[in-house]
Design a protein around this ligand. Structure first.
Ligand code: C5P
Length: 223
């Protein structure tokens, strides 16, 4: 199993998914799970900062993940929400929702089940997120922590938003990237941080193919 953690805009999702595809492994985007719960909270008309209400929504909503790297997917109560979870409303609220202890307990349990299914008896899985190497799967065979300068990350996020037809004011994107990093890194439970035994890969000056080459080298070194 490969754990890929790091802040947003490092190229984590694309690199993790492509790596899984070329290794013939499954792929799990844990951020999409927190985003789906956030969408459920917003649809229920609850405040993302109301921890009790958020926990209640998390207990009763059903988030399901498709782990095929060619066709990854996420459903909320049986309905595909892959594009809706990328919208501004969810992005704005997700860090508050993902800081709630009960949300994390439910999501981490589900992530561990998916990892067990994908790695038994053979196969493998590439899992990306913020706490995969530190909390979800500290025993992962390879842990990678992707990072990049905040300018590069904001730039990538803007380009992704523009490509997907979403609003992409660079100043706003940059403010959002900084705000989410700070909330995700400073929360009490499972904050974003590099595992002690993770390999740091700075993607500021690397394109996707170079990042993939580095990841493949790391996989090959770990056997
Ligand atoms: O990766 P992505 O930007 O889609 O993640 C959205 C949010 O989900 C993050 O900003 C973070 O608050 C939360 N998250 C988390 N733990 C993970 C993955 C994502 O708290 N393992």
């Amino acid at each position: 199993m490969v754990a890929v953690d790091g802040p947003s805009g490092t190229g984590k999702s694309t690199a993790a998914r492509r790596l899984a595809g070329s290794l013939g492994a499954a792929y799990l985007d844990t951020g999409a799970m927190y985003r789906a719960v956030t969408l459920a909270v917003l649809r229920a008309g609850r405040e993302p900062t109301d921890q009790e209400a958020v926990a209640e929504v998390a207990r009763r909503c059903r988030v399901e993940m498709r782990t095929d790297p060619q066709h990854p997917g996420v459903t909320l109560d049986g309905v595909d929400v892959a594009s809706e979870i990328r919208g501004a409303a969810v992005t704005e609220a997700v860090s508050a929702v993902s800081a709630v202890a009960e949300v994390r307990e439910i999501m981490v349990a589900q992530q561990r089940r998916l990892i067990t299914v994908a790695t038994t008896p053979v196969g493998g899985i590439v899992v990306e997120g913020r706490d995969v190497g530190t909390v979800v799967s500290p025993e992962a065979g390879l842990k990678v922590y992707l990072t990049a300068s905040s300018e590069a990350r904001a730039c990538r996020r803007s380009a992704q938003d523009a490509a997907a037809g979403r609003e992409s004011d660079p100043r706003r994107v940059r403010a959002d990237v900084t705000r989410r990093d700070s909330l995700d890194s400073n929360r009490g439970i499972a904050p974003l941080r590099m595992a002690e035994d993770a390999v740091l890969v700075d993607t500021t000056e690397l394109d996707l193919e170079q990042v993939l080459r580095r990841l493949h080298d790391l996989v090959a070194q770990r056997g």
